[in-house]
Design a binder for this molecule. Structure first.
Ligand code: BTN
Length: 255
């Protein structure tokens, strides 16, 4: 159960169950809500992930929220990376080994190599000055609550830390990280990008790029540029990945 936060509550609404916090936040954005307006839900019946995937959203164990950002177009590219940094920072505060919390480009948060959170940034044709940042975080989910993916395993904070967490405290810490980073999005984007680079699970790894023209290509991830795009060294030279996913080749050869 989420208790209303001790804060200015005009910018947050909390639901027991809705289809998707991103869908409702987009509606609120069109209605004209202010910057950082946030929708939170205990469960979602149609939670969305990136690339048309669904986001498994069982009730009362995890965090599902979406924040409306009124940003200029120049900042749009790194808004979703900012979401991943906010999640990473709030999770690091809880972990005895914070170095295990990393960002897999573009915006998954991993703990010890397993996914605990994903960020979905969506833009609105009706409001080009606006982005909705959706965050799903596995908090107290147990193994049976998690999607089954042998290729890229998922975990939750409670599985990793060995005990249930207070989701209200975590929500409050995540919202303050988001609001504080939001303040630097236009003025100091380099500091956000630097945090992504320093904590990247992708840079330095062999990755597989699914290219529409040439099928899958194995490359080395060599950096993240000033726009937040992934830089790859491929068999035929350097490439920049602007959007989409790349898979990291794991030690067991899976990707
Ligand atoms: C991904 O890793 O594919 C991104 C997952 C994003 C899921 C969150 S849960 C809250 C918000 N509402 C949605 O429908 N999706 C995002």
């Amino acid at each position: 159960m989420f208790i209303p936060l001790k804060t200015d509550e005009t910018w947050i609404e909390i639901h027991d169950s809705i289809d998707s916090t991103n869908t409702l936040a987009k509606k609120r954005a069109i209605e004209g809500v202010g910057d950082c307006y946030t929708v939170v839900a205990e469960s979602q019946s149609m939670g969305r992930g990136r690339n048309g995937r669904s986001w498994h959203s069982p009730p009362a164990v995890n965090l599902y929220l979406s924040m409306v950002l009124n940003i200029n177009q120049a900042a749009a590219g790194i808004a979703t990376l900012m979401g991943a940094v906010a999640v990473m920072n709030s999770v690091k505060q809880l972990c005895p080994r914070p170095e295990l919390v990393q960002i897999k480009w573009p915006n998954d948060v991993l703990i010890d190599g397993k996914k605990i959170a994903g960020v979905l940034g969506e833009f609105l044709s009706e409001r080009p000055d606006c982005c909705v940042l959706g965050i799903g975080m596995n908090v107290n989910a147990n193994i049976s609550d998690l999607p089954d993916s042998p290729r890229w395993p998922a975990t939750s904070l409670s599985i990793h830390l060995g005990g249930d967490l207070d989701r209200n405290t975590l929500l409050s810490s995540l919202l303050s990280e988001l609001r504080s980073l939001r303040g630097t999005l236009e003025s100091d984007r380099d500091s956000i990008l630097e945090q992504v680079r320093k904590n990247s699970a992708t840079i330095g790894r062999t990755v597989v790029l699914d290219s529409q023209n040439s099928g899958t290509i194995k490359c080395k991830a060599i950096g993240i540029d000033k726009d937040g795009f992934l830089l790859l060294q491929g068999p035929e030279g350097k490439m920049t990945v602007v959007a989409g996913d790349v898979d990291i080749v794991q030690d067991n050869g899976y990707y």
